[in-house]
Design a protein around this ligand. Structure first.
Ligand SMILES: Nc1ncnc2c1ncn2[C@@H]1O[C@H](COP(=O)(O)OP(=O)(O)O)[C@@H](O)[C@H]1O
Ligand SMILES: [Mg+2]
Length: 166
């Protein structure tokens, strides 16, 4: 599988998709999110947090001002947003490389902003469609990421239509 696209019709469906992926993630996973402002990157991450069992009283919120928010679920979730980042080298001071190589799940919004970072992982690209429709394209680099995504796709196909469940 090179890439796989799903269309969601509401924020709840995008969160549900994120949750389903989050449930499958193991340690040392990197999820790279791209797409325009308002496409649903943070919304998808909120679902991912649920799938990682981040407590409901610790809501996942946009880290665009803080650059990174951290949550503790069954794995640590490190949620980065590079939108306001001017100098990618500032990431080193935040310990970005350690997070990427660590045992947690690192999610990066605007992951495509700095190609020089050479990021690899599960890629999720979100695009606006009509009204509340969003096209969400998944692809992956690296064997572990590809394998998670393949399981995710199969599970999704087997469980039937997302729209019946949200
Ligand atoms: N299908 C959808 N999926 C995700 N978000 C949607 C969808 N339809 C409408 N929205 C709305 O779009 C906005 C997405 O915001 P956000 O997740 O913060 O985007 P981003 O992080 O990509 O800038 C939210 O206000 C959300 O309610
Ligand atoms: Mg966001």
């Amino acid at each position: 599988m090179h890439s796989w696209t799903i269309e969601t019709l509401s924020p709840e469906q995008t969160q549900s998709l994120g949750e389903a992926l989050g449930r499958l993630l193991g340690p040392s996973t990197v999820v790279l999110l791209s797409g325009d402002l308002g496409a649903g990157k943070t919304c998808f991450t909120q679902g991912l947090g649920r799938g990682l069992e981040v407590p409901e009283n610790e809501p996942v919120v946009s880290p665009s001002y803080t650059l990174m928010n951290q949550y503790q679920g069954r794995l640590n979730l490190y949620h980065f947003d590079l939108y306001r980042l001017v100098h990618p080298e500032d990431l080193h001071d935040l310990g970005f490389d350690e997070y990427l190589c660590g045992d947690g799940v690192t999610v990066v919004e605007w992951a495509d902003r700095f190609s020089e970072l050479g990021l690899e992982g599960i890629r999720v690209h979100l695009e606006h469609g009509e009204d509340e429709h969003r096209r969400i394209r998944f692809s992956a680099e690296g064997e572990a990421s590809r394998s998670v995504l393949e399981t995710f796709r199969r599970q999704w196909a087997a469980e039937g239509d997302v729209y019946d469940r949200v």
